[in-house]
Design a protein around this ligand. Structure first.
Ligand code: UDP
Ligand code: MG
Length: 310
């Protein structure tokens, strides 16, 4: 019989876990296939660990992985997929923004279309700030312009993947994982499922701006070399501009229409402009070198402290 796993990363989610488990379990019990839930506790500092252990001690179909510290959302989902032996998996947030009640419909679509991936596209996002919605919208479109691969827009990690996808995913060696991008990159048959994103049932977002920026830069650096090409273009423009200015001042001196010695403004502008272009170029280079540094160290992406019910 087919088995479906629900993979749920949790970081300081003591306020939502119990309700989240109750709702997910209710949905799973109605399905006519084997089911399990895999919770990944991403180094929570609140009662998440105890609550999850309590649930796992009562329900043998709940597996729990505790990280040794907070490694981040993407490593947590990665650990979930790496440790999943089911035929199908749904990746879902703990805060119920991705409603588990949709799982039967997603499963139905997967079976009907014989899809390897069903990715869930947000038609709307309630309970999220205008800032978050706007930056997310811009980011997905910007990334598509920059990237060598095309990604579906307004799509998070909420999706169903089959065994083939999980087996291929396990082969990815890179530490900086932009999971939704990697899954798109894999190909196979991927179909969209449209839904309304709900508000978080309780607690605060675990994605402050700093984590959002890190996430966005991983996506950019791992999926696009365009920033490097853009700074080359900038450098080129700067050189041409510099040459034209030099020519203008030289000719101006000879024919007397330029007062170069009173040209404090032009000197400052040039110095600042070239300085800026150079810093930007070095900065972009530095970002890529940083990624190379991380990858070459080949540290594990996450450290597991304990596993339950495996
Ligand atoms: N999360 C995690 N590790 C982190 C941050 C978040 O495992 O370092 C989990 C979190 O518990 C939730 C999911 O990732 O289940 C998405 O986080 P959140 O709902 O806070 O993000 P948002 O929906 O606000 O973007
Ligand atoms: Mg959320």
């Amino acid at each position: 019989m087919k088995k479906l796993a629900v993979i749920v990363p949790c970081y300081n989610e003591e306020l939502v876990i119990a309700e989240s488990y109750r709702r997910t379990k209710a949905v799973m019990e109605k399905l006519s296939i084997l089911t399990e839930i895999i919770y990944i506790n991403d180094g929570s500092r609140d009662k998440t660990r105890d609550i999850l252990n309590e649930i796992a001690s009562k329900d043998p179909h709940v597996k729990v992985i505790h990280f040794s510290r907070n490694f981040g959302h993407q490593p947590a989902v990665t650990a979930g997929i790496n440790n999943c032996d089911a035929d199908l998996a749904v990746i879902m947030d703990a805060d119920m923004q991705d409603p588990p009640e949709l799982i039967p419909d997603i499963l139905e679509l997967q079976e009907r279309e014989q899809a390897n991936v069903v990715y869930c596209v947000r038609k709307s996002r309630s309970g999220e700030s205008v800032f978050k919605r706007l930056t997310a919208k811009m980011f997905y479109r910007f990334l598509n312009n920059m990237s060598e691969v095309q990604f579906p827009v307004d799509t998070g990690d909420f999706r169903m993947v089959d065994r083939k996808i999980m087996d291929q995913f396990d082969r990815f060696q890179e530490r900086g994982k932009y999971i939704r991008g990697l899954i798109s990159w894999l190909g196979y048959k991927q179909v969209p499922f449209y839904y309304e994103r709900e508000a978080r049932i309780a607690g605060e977002t675990k994605y402050p701006i700093s984590k959002m920026l890190k996430f966005a830069s991983t996506a950019m650096l791992y999926f696009s070399k365009k920033p490097l090409r853009i700074v080359v273009g900038l450098g080129f423009i700067a050189v041409v501009l510099g040459l034209l200015l030099a020519l203008y001042f030289a000719v101006g001196k000879i024919y007397g229409f330029s007062n170069a010695e009173t040209g404090w403004t032009s000197i400052m502008t040039t110095v600042i402009f070239f300085g800026g272009v150079q810093l930007l170029t070095v900065g972009v280079l530095g970002q890529y070198i940083g990624v190379l540094f991380d990858e070459i160290k080949a540290r594990p992406e996450y450290v597991i402290d304990e596993k339950r019910n495996f």
